[in-house]
Design a protein around this ligand. Structure first.
Ligand code: FES
Length: 110
């Protein structure tokens, strides 16, 4: 699905959130590659992953870390116990999305 985000949006940032089929997706650029991953943290299911360092996304709530190349949690949250969220069940790994740049410079996310 083509989203109205131009590749130039990444000239001064390395990540942003787009909405794909009603769900937030974290899109990040590392080097010359783009990555996409569902942005809702699997811990409580209520925090949006928005900070990215290299290929690691960090949850702002309790610090869980995810590898954006495969959606796996690589560092667990810093609190216990796991608390159920009212939202739909979220499973690990988080769903990843392919991100390509179209000839018009717009991102194409699957
Ligand atoms: S909600 Fe993300 S680590 Fe707790």
């Amino acid at each position: 699905m083509k989203v109205k985000v131009h590749v130039h949006a990444f000239e001064e940032r390395n990540s942003l959130i787009v909405w794909l089929n009603g769900r937030p997706v974290l899109v990040a650029k590392e080097g010359d590659k783009f990555y996409g991953m569902d942005a809702v943290c699997a811990h409580m299911g209520c925090a949006i992953l928005s900070e990215v360092n290299g290929t690691t996304a960090v949850c702002p709530a309790h610090g869980a870390k995810y590898d954006i190349t495969n959606g796996k949690m690589i560092e667990k949250p810093m609190i216990k116990p796991e608390i159920q969220c009212e939202q739909e069940e979220i499973r690990l790994p988080l769903k990843t999305h392919s991100v390509k740049v179209g000839p018009d410079g717009l991102l194409d996310i699957e």
